[in-house]
Every structure is written in C-alpha cells, then in structure tokens.
Write a protein that binds this ligand. Structure first.
Ligand SMILES: C[S@@+](CC[C@H](N)C(=O)[O-])C[C@H]1O[C@@H](n2cnc3c(N)ncnc32)[C@H](O)[C@@H]1O
Length: 408
C-alpha cells in the first residue's frame, strides 16, 4: 500500500470504513487528498475542502490513534510469530539422509558356519557346530605314519587294530582285529586331489566339487580298501566331511573279525547292484555286534587309540628345536628355518613334551603348557555333518551319500 493511501486511511477513516470501501473509492479519496494537500497554501482557500477531511473531531482523532497503535502491535507480531506452529520433538520427521549418516547400530551378524562344520551327535540326536557340547569330540584312530609315494603306502598306513585281507564282498577289505567301539574317527581319506571325474571307483567327491582319488596306492591310505555295505545292518561306519576333508567313523560297536563297511551313496551303490529298497529292508540278515566295552578299557588296552592330548606327539610334524607341532611336513620345515630355539637347540635337552589339550601346540615345559591351556581359545574339535552331500564316484557316475545314514 502506498504511503498516501496509508495517510488517508490513518487520518480520516476508521478501519471498518476503510475495509468496506471499494478500491475505486479509496483511489478517489487518495486523489482528492493529494490535490488538496499539494495545492499551494496561498491558493488553497480557493479550493473546496473535501468532505472526508472535515470530520476530524477530537474523538475521531483519538479513535484513529488507538487503531493505529493496535495495528502497529499486530504488525510487529507478524515478525515475531513463526510461520508454522512448533511441533513436539517426537513429531518431527527425521531427514532420511541424515539418518543414513548416523553411526551403525550396535549389532553383529554372525556368519553361518560352513556346512562341513556341523556334526551330528548320535546320542543327543542333534546337529552341532564343530562338536557336541555334551558328548565332546570323537576319538581318533590314527594312521601309521608313512611318507607319500612309498610303495604300498595305503596298506602300510593301516592302524594295528585292523587288517586288510580277502573280502567276501570284493577283492580286499578292511577287518577289525579288535573289538572297536562306537564313535571312533578314521581318516582323512587320502589321495590325489583333482577336479576331474575318473572311472576307477576310488574317489570321493567333496562338497566344494573337488575329488579325492585314492586309486594310487602310493598316495592314498588304508581307507581305500573299505568296501560298500550291501545292507544297512552290515554297515558299521559312515563317511562324513569335516573342514574340507573326508573321514569315516564308526556309528556302532564293531566286533573283532567284522569287516568295516561304509555306504558309498545311492548312485554308486545302485551301480554295484545294491538296491536302495533292499538296503533298508528289515527282512534282510541282521549283522549283530554286541561289543560293549567301556572307553576306559579300550583306552588302556590298545595302542592305536590315541587320546587327543597325545595325538600331537605321535602324529603331528614336530619341530626338533622347540617342539611346536604342525599338520604338514612343509609347515614344519618353514617354521624350523625361523625357529627361535634353533641356535640353542632347546628341544634336544627335553625328553618329554606337553601338548595343549585344545589346540595341540606342544611345549617343552609343563608350566608353559598349562598357562597356554588356560588362554587357549581354540578347542580342537571334530566336526561331522552326517546328512552329507559327499559323493563317491565311479565311472563318471556321482552318487550322494545317502541322508538315511543319519537315521541309522
Ligand atoms: C574303494 S574300493 C574298495 C576296495 C576294493 N575291494 C579293493 O580291493 O581294492 C571300491 C571298489 O570295490 C568294489 N566294491 C566295494 N564294495 C562292493 C560291493 N558291496 N559290491 C561289489 N563291489 C564292491 C567296487 O568294484 C568298487 O569299485
């Protein structure tokens, strides 16, 4: 609104009058006001005074003043008031971009372990990661230590509790020379690791797709002689994969003289003439095994059962200076080159070594070993996935190890 309009309104009209007045009328009043006030004072007396300029009584002037005051206050309020009403903090919608920049919330997504870290426990009937917390790890039957490439290596690795001889099933087989208990672990199945299928019937296929071919007797172990069971009742061991390797284990007690028999899997077994239907047929002959010996009895009696703590001493590749143990000869040699104890030849002064019962690292001092054990966070565990997908291959035919094994 122009200044002249404001002057006319403020001085000569009440707010109500001004509001109701049409724009043309307001304009006319403005022009009359300008003409009159702009006229020289000498000649102004000649002009008629416009009507609206005349009604400026004291009451009217006081009323106009009040209206002006009120308007000023209202106008100043416009600047003080926010343009929008203030919402409570909760109601304010957060900016999604800002929210994205917030620090990550405090949670962790625990990765699912690999399939071959699950172990099925017969007793508890549960799948466990690494080992059954109630029943512990499986006990091992250790292969005899023979260098790779040696003539007849596979037979030479045979533990003293077994024998290899003619089998009524096929050519050679593995037989128990002693009563064997349930839950004994054997292996891993050794052989050439390859990507190619072969026709020999001595390969296991691992979950990742590679094959362990035990055909070559110089580069495999005794597990290659284990035949396939013809019926569920004569099966006494099952194969399972643990951390990329294939193992066998007993799932019931085995009598002295009994042949060790595993199930090769549906496809390969079918190829050998073992039909799935007959395999699980209850009317077939039942192979009995009533060998019930306490673990203590067996442990005390036989030399091939190695308690976990001793395994490191006998089976692992040991640095001759410091007694650290390694799972392969190569690792051991690498370590020995850098071994801190090499110059002192510390190891030569000790007849006895102490191994950690969790991770199998060895120490030449008992105190060192026990202090390590307290801290050791890597309990050595045996893992078993009985519902496995490992396959035993013969002539391009792959066969899954039957999941029914699990239910035996
Ligand atoms: C891993 S080898 C077992 C050892 C074999 N008996 C030997 O003397 O070398 C697998 C081969 O044995 C034979 N075999 C194993 N179980 C069998 C079964 N139940 N019936 C027929 N042949 C079997 C098959 O020829 C198969 O290819």
């Amino acid at each position: 609104m122009s200044v002249v309009f404001e002057q006319v309104r403020d001085k000569y009209f009440s707010d109500d009058e001004w509001e109701k007045m049409p724009d043309a009328e307001k304009n006319r009043h403005k022009l009359m006001y300008e003409n009159y006030t702009n006229c020289d004072e000498e000649y102004r007396f000649l002009m008629p005074v416009p009507e609206f300029l005349k009604n400026k009584t004291p009451e009217f002037a006081a009323k106009k003043r009040r209206e002006r005051e009120k308007r000023r206050v209202d106008d100043s309020d416009v600047f003080r008031k926010p343009l929008f009403s203030v919402k409570s903090f909760e109601e304010i919608r957060k900016n999604p971009i800002r929210r994205a920049k917030l620090k990550p919330v405090n949670f962790e997504e625990v990765p699912e372990p690999n399939d071959d870290r699950y172990v099925f426990c017969d007793k508890c009937d549960t799948d466990n990661v690494d080992f059954c917390k109630k029943c512990g790890v499986l006990r091992l039957i250790i292969d005899k230590k023979v260098a790779m490439g040696v003539e007849d290596r596979a037979k030479k690795t045979l533990p003293s509790c077994m024998e290899i001889r003619d089998s009524p099933i096929h050519n050679l087989g593995v037989f128990a020379k002693e009563d064997l208990e349930n839950n004994l672990q054997m292996g891993p199945y050794e052989g050439l690791v390859t990507d190619k299928d072969n026709a020999e019937g001595y390969s296991w296929k691992l979950n990742k797709g590679t094959l362990v071919n035990g055909m070559d007797e110089k580069n495999s172990n005794w597990l290659r002689y284990v035949n396939c069971a013809r019926h569920v009742n004569e099966q006494n061991i099952i194969a399972f994969q643990y951390r990329g390797k294939l193992y066998y284990r007993t799932f019931r007690n085995i009598k002295k003289g009994e042949e060790l028999l595993v199930y090769y899997g549906l496809k390969f077994a079918t190829e050998l003439g073992i039909k799935e239907k007959n395999y699980f047929d209850a009317n077939q002959n039942i192979v009995e095994s009533n060998t019930k010996k306490t673990i203590k009895e067996i442990e005390n009696k036989i030399d091939y059962l190695i308690p976990r703590e001793e395994k490191a001493i006998l089976d692992f590749y040991k640095c001759k200076y410091c007694f650290w143990c390694f799972t392969t000869e190569d690792f051991k040699l690498i370590h020995m080159k850098r071994c801190k104890s090499r110059n002192n030849k510390v190891g030569e002064n000790f007849d006895c070594v102490y191994s950690c019962k969790h991770c199998l690292i060895q120490f030449f001092k008992k105190e060192l070993c026990s202090s390590h054990e307290k801290k050791c966070l890597k309990p050595r565990v045996r893992v078993e996935k009985e519902n496995m997908k490992i396959m035993f291959i013969k002539r391009m035919n792959r066969s899954n190890l039957n999941a029914k094994n699990v239910n035996l």
